[in-house]
Structures are given as C-alpha cells and as structure tokens.
Design a protein around this ligand. Sequence first.
Ligand code: CUA
Length: 684
Amino acid sequence: MALTRREFISGTAAGAAGLVVGGVVGKVVGGGGEDSAATTGGTVTNVSSDITAIAEARGLEPGDIAKAVKTFVPGGKPNLDEFYVFSSGGHSGQLMVMGVPSMRILKIIGVFTPESWQGWGYGSESDAIFKGGTTTNGGAVSPSRPTLTWADTHHPALSETNGEYDGRWVYIQDRANGRIAMVDLRDFKTKQIYDVPNLQSSHGGCFVTPNSEYVHISTKTPTLRPGVDPTTALENFADSFRGYSTFLALNPQTGRFDIDRSFQVELPPYTQDLADAGKLLSNGWVFIGSYNTEMAYGGNLEGNPPIEVGASKADFDYLHMVNWKKAEEVVGSRSVMQNGIRVIPLDVAVEEGILYLAPEPRSPHGADVSPSGRYIVVGGKLDPHVTIYDIEMIQKAIEAEDFEARDQFGVPILRFDSVVSGRVEVGAGPLHTQFDDKGYGYTSLFLESAVAKYSLGAPDFSPEESYKLVDKVPVHYNIGHLVAMEGDTVKPAGKYVIALNKWSIDRYAGIGTLNPQNFQLVDLTGEKMEVLSDTPIGMAEPHYVQAIRADRIKSWDVYPPGTDQITMEPSTHAIAAGAERIERNGDTVEVYMSVQRSNFKPDIIRVKKGERIVLHLTNVEVTPDATHGFAVPRYNISMSIDPGEYARIEFVADVEGAFAMYCTEFCSALHLEMQGWIIVSPEA
Ligand code: CUA
C-alpha cells in the first residue's frame, strides 16, 4: 500500500486500512483483518506434526489435550466464545467481562471505583456519576471523607425480555453502601449510580424482573429507622431497625432508574439475604432468603454471645415472599414517602397480602427460582440439604390461609410441609443453585468444595426420578456462587457451569501471601461433570456472575458522531473537524477541541491562573478502536475518548505553569507527537 507522507501523518488512509506499526515513516502494515505471517515475523511452527510429543514434553496428560481443544479460542475467531460472563469485581468496585469457553478477560468496566485508563473519575463528566442519586454529595456520610470511591460489587443483573436476557443493560449492586449502578451494553460503560434510600447495605437481592419492569435490591443488615436514637437501638432491635425490598422502576427505552415510579416494601429487621425474581408460574413474586431472624446483634465484649452464635440459635429462618404486582397496585394509595422514595409500611404489606414468610432450615443462603418458575431452591449452609419450595403449593397455602403462626411483626408464616415439595441431600455447605436446560439443578457446596447436580420435580422428572442427587464434581476451593449459561432465565443454555472459588491453594505459581481468585469452567455436556480449566482473575473476589449468549449483545463499534458517553445522545457541544475554536466568557475559557490521529486541535490553550477551563473534546475518528487519551500532568486529569465520542472536562487552572497535555493511547506511529500545551500564566 503506497501512502503519501501527508496521508500517513494524518492517519486517515492508514486508519481506514487498519493498524500502523513501526516508527519509520512509510512502513505500514495494513488490513486489520489480515492475520498474516507479518505478525509472527514469518516463522511458522508446524504444531500439527506431533501433538502427543508436544504434550509429553510439557508433562500434559491426554485428557488435558481434550480440555484444551474444548476451550481454546484462536486469535481472529471471536465467535468461538459462545457466551459472555458479566462478573462482579468484588471490592474492586468494578464489573468484569469474560468470554466462555476461553475464559479470557475482555474488559474491566469502571463502575464505583475510578479507573484511570478509562478516564473514569479523573476530571470528565464521569466524576458526577460517583455523586449520582445521593443527597450527601457522593454517598459518604463523613464530611472528612466526602465521596464514596469504592464499592463491594456483588450481583450483576442482566436486563430481560419475556424472562430471557435481551443484552441491553446490566445492573450491579454495592454490598458495602447500598447503591446500584446501571451499565449500557451498547458501549459497556456505566451511566448511572443510584444511592438507594433506606439501604445502608445490600447483598444478593439484585435481579431484574422478567420484562425489566424493575431491578430489585434489598437490604442485608437492616437499616436504622428514621429518628431512632442509635444509643439504645441494638437493645431495642425489633423496634429500631427495618429491612427494605426495593423495586427500582426502569425506563423501558434507556434502562435508567425512574425513581418516581419506584417503591420499597418494608420488611421485618431480619437479615435479608439472597433473592430471586419469580418467572412464568411465579411471575409477580420475589423470593428473599433470610438469616438472623433471631435479631442477634453481638456484644462479645459486653457479655452477649457473638453474632454468629446468636444468629444460629433457631432451627428455622424465613423465606420471604413479596408479591410485587400486588404492591404495584396499592403503592399509589397506601405508601408513605421516606427519604425520597415511596415505602409500603410493614403493616400495610401484611394487610394487603403483599408479604408472607415460609420456614427455611437454619441459616439458609441461596434462594434461586427454576426456569419454569415453579421451584424455589434454598441452600442450607449449616444443613446438607437443599430445600425445594413449589409455587403451586405456596399459592394454595396462601389462598387457604394455611398459616402455622405469625411472626412478632404480624407477618403470616406458611407451614413448611404445605409449601415444600422436596429436599435433596447434596453435601456439606450448600449455597447457591443454578439450572440447566434439562431440568437439573446445580448447587455449590462451600464446605465440601464441590458442585452437586440433582433432578428437580415435574414436569421434567417423574415422582420416582425427582429430587435425586446424580453427580458431583470437586472444585478448588471454597466455592461461593456458581453460574450456568443463562442459568437465571426461563431458557437456560446448559453446556457449562462456572465455579467461583474463594481459595486456590497450589493451583497457580506463587504470587506472595494472597492467592488469585479463581474461576473453574465445568463441562456439562458429558455423562459426568468435568472441570475444563482454571482461570485466575488478578483482582478482588468476583462474587457473582451472569452468563449471556454472545449473539444477544449488539454493541456499537463506534459512537454515532459526537455522542456524549453519559447521556448516549449527540452532544450540542460536539464538533466536526474544522469547527475547532476557543471561546472566552468572563473567567471561563471554553475549548472546542477535535481529537484524531495524531493531534489535538487546538494544541495550545492559554489561560490565566484562576480561570476555569471547559474542554469539549470530540474524537472525530470513524475507525473502530481509534481511541485517544487526554491527560494533563499534575492536575489529576485523564480521559479516554473512543471514536465518535464527545467528552467534557472542566477544571480551574489554579496552578501556574506549562503543562504538557498528551494522548495516553498508543494510537499511531506519531502517538508520542500527539501532545500540546496548557499554558497557565500569572493572574492579570
Ligand atoms: Cu492518540 Cu496516542
């Protein structure tokens, strides 16, 4: 390909063709799709000659070869990754995207924590997202530490249409601070963080209802009620605290939270735990497991039993059943405003038939709804069984008012035998359950470090075949959650389960005193489950994951020209090449800057100390992947601007000097030359 010097420098021709490599002008390798000998330096190794010999030399077993072949995805064949997984980033505060079966990490999405390489939280409009939905300027309560810049992300929840993932949005909740974020899957970027009122913390109660009417988030540790003096709150626990089941309404076009249509149902001050939305047969219901219905609060230096003892006294805790369709009907007339959201009080929830309880064997953990919506599977944690509730039995029992008692808050408790259709002894420490396309359930066993597979009931299995343990595979070690492909939907895809293990002793090369968090891919296609691969994560504990068929995601390659990443609409401040300018208005200097290979225009910005600089940056490129960075030394400013994207950066030039702004992406051969100056002169 022959290029003029000018075409090469501007990057236009090379950009259209693909990649520019090398520092010598004129040396261009074009054609992004060409996966040629050029990339391997012309050497071709004949690997097909003797696979067995290679395996032997590396100390591999024949079985390893089959596993490698089942999971390997060569370069240039991305379609061989059939699924994406969206994994929480744990206390990194982020969201991670991987391909399955390769288990390669594709992206870490900045959500609750600044992520400098994405320009997330370093001077652009994303800064405002961190303060989103709060009345306390950033969600923190301490004036000395004013903005929350981390989270403990636990449960990603993909949007659904008719109970199937639709690939539009993903939500992720903050275990530590009771917040929730929304990520748009057109560009895989965070758009909104909402600080949910009346929630100090949340755990596993995050999921989307079958038509993305609502995203649900519930309390973990109950919240102090408004106006209660904290001094004696613990001693008067039952009166002082409440739980909340939150239904955040979603805008059907944008997927963003619509607070005016949202509401909460007040719950007893138990510790509400994992939860799931009903679907099909149980559509309209939400199921929330709980523990510490003893309302133990600790005090192990004050003469009380420690929390873990106090919270494990009773033989049963309660599965909560919330009828959100019913709640939706009465919320207009029977709610109160509490901290900016409509709340249906506990007594109203009982009176209106919105809330019921059912006994769960001690210290339950997961509560997962089967694809048909018929079964709700609860893990026992301190009980080797999973307990399987049947929505048809639940509905009959509610209709017949077949209650064994009411709890101290007046909530009716259904009889265990009237709502449980089966129990399966799966092993030690059952936690979470996922489902395949053949009617089987898969439960993680924390204490046993294994995954158990068992049959559920009708219609997939006859009464004799129902509730039978059929297989078990060891995993390494201390599995928490697990995920099956589309295992939370009405149509699971089967094929794989991924075990999310907490420990990985001896599995990887040593990296000091904390081993990598660990995913294991388990093959479901054979007669026995089989672990195919181990994948270290290199970041915090990935708590929970959802897996979606790759062909459901329709992400953009480039933004429509001038798109504001935050609003996803064209910005009125975006420019086309040629419209670059600097406008002064009082002490504000507005810079309309184009960004493309290999320059910023304008490349000199002159201001006086104390003036406010508003940068309107438009990446005018249309070539996929032609992303540029924008960094200003010493001002803590870093931005990443993808092709077509508009970004706004605002800051006060409060330090005098000559600051060499530059592009942080290796975007072209003249990347190093993609720089400029911000000149901050002494005050006039
Ligand atoms: Cu643009 Cu480097």
